[in-house]
Design a protein around this ligand. Structure first.
Ligand code: TMP
Ligand code: ASP
Length: 237
């Protein structure tokens, strides 16, 4: 299958149509952005690393019965995926307090939360992706009914349970992560976008060293090395 036309360029990926109506190609970019793209950078090879990490995790989730947009990997930087209409909600799941949660509520960084916290953010760059609740979602008309939000929350928690255990076996702590869901041509809500060190926080289990995009956000250096380390660990038998 070939790229026919670029449909969309996001911060981390480009999406192309193909000869097949319901099949798209997602190309993972080397660009890095943070703070709603106020900070911009690039890391040669980052796209390939995210493509490999995300493909691996989507294949794992598919094998466990989760429905996703992932079809197959084409090459180092491109995957085939199902066309979906993205629901403009960033579903963030947190196991440990850090980032905007600590900032917003003053919860000490590194505090293990008593349960996995699922939050919704409105995916709107112009508004800076504000946090929203179920009623906001309904008023904004971005979901069809409240059951859909319950479904997103339940899926996020189930995916968290799978990923947390998996990463723990790789000596990585899954601190938090962001998921996006979309509607496929049959109207089913399926997992979309990517799961990578751009969209997750991983800390080394023993040293708590940060191995994700916080290295870029916080100018910690060795961004690519950290992503390579994540890939290396997940590929280890
Ligand atoms: P936050 O603490 O900055 O709200 O981030 C929570 C998680 O969501 C973290 O794993 C990074 C991820 N994330 C994204 O993937 N995209 C975003 O635009 C933001 C703000 C966070
Ligand atoms: N993805 C967002 C941006 O590019 C924010 C972030 O990940 O920190 O601006």
């Amino acid at each position: 299958m070939n790229k026919v036309k670029m449909l969309y360029e996001g911060k981390g990926k480009k999406l192309y149509s193909t000869e097949e109506k319901d099949v798209l190609i997602a190309e993972f970019k080397d660009d890095l952005t943070a703070f709603n793209a106020e900070k911009k950078g690039s890391e040669s090879g980052k796209g390939e690393l995210n493509c490999k990490i995300s493909s691996f995790l989507f294949e794992m989730l598919e094998s466990k019965g989760f429905k996703t947009h992932y079809i197959q990997t084409i090459d180092a930087q491109n995957i085939l995926c199902k066309r979906v209409e993205i629901i403009p909600i960033e579903v963030v799941t947190r196991n440990v307090a850090t980032g905007s949660l600590s900032k917003r509520l003053g919860i000490e960084e590194g505090r293990v939360l008593p349960f996995a916290l699922v939050e919704f953010y409105y995916k709107d760059d112009a508004l800076g992706d504000p946090i929203i609740n179920d009623e906001h979602c309904e008023i904004l008309g971005i979901i069809q009914n409240r059951d859909e939000l319950d479904f997103l929350r339940t899926q996020a928690k189930k995916i968290n349970a799978v990923l947390k255990e998996f990463f723990d076996s790789k000596n990585l702590r899954l601190i938090d992560f962001k998921l996006e869901f979309g509607r496929d041509s049959a109207g089913n809500i399926i997992l979309a976008d990517e799961i990578s060190p751009d969209s997750c926080r991983f800390w080394d289990k023993h040293t708590n060293e940060k191995l994700d995009k916080d290295r870029f956000r916080q100018d910690l250096g060795d961004v690519k090395l950290a992503y390579e380390e994540v890939l290396h660990r997940i590929m280890m038998a």
